[in-house]
Design a protein around this ligand. Sequence first.
Ligand code: AMP
Length: 299
Amino acid sequence: MSDVLIVGTVALDTIETPFGKVEKALGGSAAYAAFAASFFAKPSLISIVGKDFPKQYFRVLKKRGINLEGLKIDDKTFHWEGFYEYDMNEAKTIKTELNSIENFKVEIPEMHKDVRYVFLANINPEQQLEALRQINNPGLVVLDTMNFWINNKKEVLIDVIKKTDVLLLNDGEARQLFKTINLVKAANEALRLGPKAVIIKKGEHGALLFTKNKHFNAPGYPLEKIKDPTGCGDSFGGAFIGYLAKTKDLSEHKLRKAMIYGSIVASYNAEDFGLNKLKNLTVKDIEKRYKEFQSMREF
Ligand code: AMP
């Protein structure tokens, strides 16, 4: 059995940034999250792709030890097309073609039903709910989403939040979901729905952690070379839950460390297009940047 189960999209992404363009690159919330988690734990992926999904992309995922037992193959792969302007914190969606994701019937393989760490990465909240229904007794459920689902499936999304331990949102989504410009208010509203922790990601500016009476912020890494921030949110989430699955400790202290590891993997991810940077990343690289984060925080 794997340590972390990740439900989300596996996609072909067409992305343009001021630094270049890629077409039909391997992407999707679950692909980024599983990649990031794999530096800390053994992830398994629950998703669907189409017959058009390149064979070589299966190999890329397998090479990182990601279990693909729960990856169905259907008609046509989810395709997302987006671009960034010089403010790289916000992706502008050109096209979302759900394709096989639209009617994806989540089926958690028997071997994964007792998994303790579950990441409901960005996908239709109805599918997130169905995944949770099939998992026996998860120890930690982390949830991510995006404006697309807040616009289209808000009520179901609120139901999923109620069953979640840690909610991840970016600042724009938090404001949109809780109809306030104040992030502290948004986080407190989210906590009232049930999660024990809420993390608000602020792109290159880091991330904020809110628990009942405590607050922590993880800095962003001062990157000189940013090419493509796609998947930073997902890789933050994947590294976050991967680290917690590795330590098997959900104390406030470990939640904070998990946020730092999330920021580190997300910062590396932005250095190249798609999954190119994470493909060649090593645990040594991660630990090197961890030390830099420690020294950045000394005063
Ligand atoms: P992020 O971490 O927010 O940059 O996530 C980027 C990834 O989200 C891309 O690889 C897309 O394929 C994927 N994505 C885009 N739109 C959606 C959507 N509506 N639902 C799930 N995944 C999506």
